[in-house]
Design a binder for this molecule. Structure first.
Ligand code: NAD
Length: 447
């Protein structure tokens, strides 16, 4: 498969896609590597992960440039992502020695629990954040003693492939972390159905996630699902409007809107709606779309021509406001603001996954919560208000896994991340991530 730079349309590399037989061989290698890897002493496993982190750090600029070229990320974002991969590895390097069980009081003996690794874990990754999502799955899985096969998205395998090389260089044994580029319906589907794969971590669209959940049921495979979103950014009249409006574009246009956490529905209390919209459009006019390598650029291209067409299909008629973007080569799309006659419009209900934001008014707190929750998704969201009680009430009422008040916090690797409703199943990251990669075993020993 030809791998394309979305900012220039140049061919970056050609990558061979694994067929079913190659996928089965990868599973066999992972299965073979598992017994020895789970027996590596916790301190030694920790040391190997730290060494891997150090190598990622040393190759940070190279990884950032590779992500920039392959996924169109701005250089600032790509550098942050390379640093995030390093930090995630360091964080989970601390986990093998802390992977405690419990001792539970029972009559007639001793009862203890063990957190046993699952075996082979398949990590299926989307194209929007190829390198960080690879490591959010792989690092805790490896720390818990599993072997891992990463199936990157077809369009963006390059950073994951490089990470696999660095893992080997760091001393992780062959077969412990493999990266297998392949088509979703072939290599991805095979990992999901394979009886020797014990768990799938899937990040991607809700449609594919549902298919995976159905197929995984046949082998009662463990699953973590991270899927789509249509998150709300709720702005109350008592908020710091200047700050709320100035920060709203980055909360939805970061990574060109190709972000599952994008706050793509801005709900504004009616009394400040006009003022907010004006301020928002002024802020969107300042979004600089262009060369990802230029540090002044705030937004790069979309991932592909095909995806740009899909994004464009959501914008009919004249948008309320549209910024500018380069013409010519590259999959560019301008930041776009929509307002709505009806909240049933497709652009207000479906995940666009591009730089398009909707702004609608609400009357009161109850209506804000009702609109925010009127979606099958529940991934993230933001609440802007100076009233602490209202902030807490609204945060408790919004059905979403990751909320921030007076900010648009992104994912922090040391806090849990995941979705409510059709946005996800289970949680990644945070202090408890190893629980998703281990099976609890209870052992009773009679006195
Ligand atoms: P996608 O669902 O098309 O593909 C995701 C991955 O699944 C790819 O690696 C693909 O090859 C693979 N795949 C496709 N069909 C498969 C099948 N039948 N069996 C097994 N694997 C299969 O998603 P995408 O277009 O790459 O990514 C965009 C989507 O990802 C958006 O909906 C976005 O919201 C979501 N996403 C969610 C999160 C989160 O953490 N919740 C993070 C990033 C992206």
């Amino acid at each position: 498969m030809k791998i394309i730079n979305p900012a220039t349309e140049d061919v970056l590399a050609e990558v061979e896609l694994a067929d079913l037989a190659e996928t089965d061989r990868a599973v066999e290698r992972a299965r073979k590597a598992f017994p020895a890897w789970r027996e590596v002493a916790p301190g030694d496993r920790a040391r190997l992960l730290r060494r891997f982190a150090d190598l990622v750090d040393r190759h940070g600029e190279e990884l950032a440039r590779l992500e920039l070229d392959n996924a169109g990320h701005t250089i600032g974002n790509a550098r942050w992502e390379a640093g995030n991969v390093r930090d995630v590895l360091h964080f989970y390097a601390g986990a093998p020695e802390r992977n405690h069980g419990k001792q539970i009081p029972v009559p007639g003996g001793v009862d203890i629990t063990f957190a046993e690794p699952l075996g082979v874990v398949g990590v299926i990754v989307p194209w929007n954040f190829p390198m960080v999502i690879t490591m959010w799955g792989a690092a805790p899985a490896l720390a818990a003693g599993n072997t891992v096969i990463v199936k990157p998205a077809e369009w963006t395998p390059l950073t994951a492939l490089r990470l696999a090389e660095l893992a080997l260089e760091a001393g992780l044994p062959e077969g412990v972390l493999q990266v297998l580029p392949g088509a979703g319906e072939v290599a991805g589907a095979r990992l999901v159905e394979h009886p020797d794969v014990n768990k799938i971590v899937f990040t991607g669209s809700t449609e594919v996630g549902k298919q995976i959940a159905a197929r995984a049921a046949e082998t009662v495979k463990r699953l973590t699902l991270e899927m789509g979103g249509k998150s709300a950014n709720i702005v109350f009249a008592d908020a710091d409007l200047e700050k709320a409006a100035a920060s709203a574009p980055s909360a939805v246009f970061d990574n060109s809107g190709q972000d599952c956490c994008a706050r793509s529905r801005i709900l504004v209390e009616r009394s400040v709606y006009d003022e907010f919209l004006q301020r928002l459009c002024a802020a969107v006019a300042n979004v600089t779309v262009g060369d990802p390598l230029d540090p002044r650029t705030t937004m790069g291209p979309l991932i592909s021509a095909e995806h740009r067409e899909r994004v464009a299909s959501f914008v009919s008629g004249v948008p309320t406001f549209q910024g500018s973007c380069p013409a010519g080569k590259g999959f560019w799309f301008p930041p776009t603001v929509l307002t709505h006659e009806s909240l049933d419009e497709r652009s207000f209900t479906e995940e666009i996954f591009g730089p398009v934001v909707s702004v609608v008014p609400f009357e009161d707190e109850a209506e804000a919560v009702r609109i925010a929750n009127n979606t099958r998704y529940g991934l993230s969201g933001s609440i802007w208000t100076r009233d602490v009680g209202r902030a807490l009430r609204t945060a408790r009422a919004v059905e979403a896994g990751n909320l921030s008040v007076n900010s648009h916090s992104s994912v922090r690797y040391w806090t849990p991340f995941g979705g409510f409703k059709e946005s996800g199943l289970g949680r990644e990251l945070g202090p408890d991530a190893l629980a998703a990669f281990t099976e609890t075993k209870n052992v009773f020993i009679a006195h």
